[in-house]
Write a protein that binds this ligand. Structure first.
Ligand SMILES: Cc1ncc(C[n+]2csc(CCOP(=O)(O)OP(=O)(O)O)c2C)c(N)n1
Length: 333
């Protein structure tokens, strides 16, 4: 099936028809994610971003498709590769750029960096530098929602590598036993650092692991924002009634694991073949071919996205660094 036929088949499955407004919002958020990270990569190379960064380039459809299916009050837990999750859930780009540049106006007043961003006003309860760190937190958050009788869900993002952690298995088990409204969303980008999934697990799909806990596992094309949207939208209703679900979004990161990655464990051909499947180009093509948006409209969205990121850069660069006498403020452990 061609991509176009696949998309058409999806629309024919009796799924909700997405509005132009929603699809264009997904398009600009995917562009924001790509452009934001391109700036971060540049600033990192200039020595302006401290610590490390884990870029999400190539995986944009997964975060944006998933978060677009959630309400503001639905919660997400994120990972070390979390910029896309933040943008999907509606982060303030200025404050996130300021945080990465270590400025006082950032989300953590410039002291946390990329892996500690949370925005409780938008249901983002936090990135996490600990692989698998979000699993237990998402179960606890779902239990809180249940106890407060709130009709919302928690979506837990994690990678294929994190599905080999003990926390994944404990969390799925407990969420299943307590029938908690958690969507476990595995972003399978085929590698945990330099280790391919074929060398770290003896199953083809992470999704099959759900069966061990008596829950449903589904696989979705993680490079298709619309498919991810539908999968999460359906899952949202499902988990409120039945308890957790595991969704595996198959995707790929184009860049190295982090900035210290020489990227020698995969071939140029493999990377090039995934670049061909660019999720952003794919959504643009769909919007144009389905007659939802004109080329001019999409160009103007791209222009807007660039301006938004330039503004975020300007805001961050013009912001002060935190002063030395605040070094121990907001330190909890
Ligand atoms: C508990 C723990 N173990 C190891 C690490 C080092 N580490 C950081 S990212 C990573 C790979 C994670 O792979 P995956 O979960 O597939 O996510 P991806 O990086 O592919 O998005 C590892 C091993 C860590 N941060 N935390």
């Amino acid at each position: 099936m061609t991509e176009k036929e696949l998309d058409a088949a999806q629309q024919g499955k009796g799924q909700e028809t997405l509005s132009k407004e929603l699809l264009e919002d997904m398009y600009i958020k995917m562009l924001h994610t790509r452009l934001f990270e391109e700036k971060v990569a540049y600033f990192f190379s200039m020595g302006m971003v401290h610590g490390t960064t884990h870029l999400y380039v190539g995986e944009e459809a997964s975060a944006v498709g998933a978060c677009s299916a959630l309400e503001v009050e639905d919660l997400i837990t994120s990972t070390h590769r979390g910029h896309g999750h933040c943008i999907g859930k509606g982060i303030d780009l200025n404050k996130m750029m300021a945080e990465l540049l270590g400025k006082e106006t950032g989300y953590c007043k410039g002291k946390g960096g990329s892996m500690h961003i949370a925005d409780l006003t938008r249901g983002n309860i936090g990135a996490n530098g600990v692989v698998g760190g979000g699993h237990a937190i998402s179960v606890g958050a779902a239990l809180t929602l249940r106890m407060k009788k709130q009709d919302n869900v928690v979506l837990c993002f994690f990678g294929d590598g994190a599905s080999n952690e003990g926390s994944f298995h404990e969390a799925l088990n407990l969420a299943s036993v307590w029938k908690l409204p958690v969507i476990f969303l595995c972003e399978n980008n085929l590698y945990g650092m330099s280790v391919p999934v074929s060398k770290s697990m003896n199953v083809q799909d992470v999704a099959v692991r759900a069966a061990a806990y008596g829950i449903e596992g589904r696989v979705v094309d993680g490079n298709d924002a619309i498919a991810v949207y539908h999968a999460v939208k359906e899952a949202k209703e499902y988990v409120k009634e039945n308890g957790p679900i595991l969704i595996e979004a198959k995707t790929y990161r184009w860049l190295g694991h982090s900035k210290s990655d020489a990227n020698v464990y995969r071939t140029k051909e493999e990377i090039a073949s995934w670049k061909e499947k660019c999720p952003i180009k794919r959504l643009r093509k769909y919007l144009e071919e389905a007659g939802i948006s004109t080329a001019e409209e999409l160009d103007s969205i791209e222009k807007q996205a660039k301006e938004d990121i330039d503004k975020a850069v300007e805001f961050a660069q013009n912001s002060p660094y935190p002063s030395l006498d605040t070094i121990m403020d907001d330190v909890y452990a």
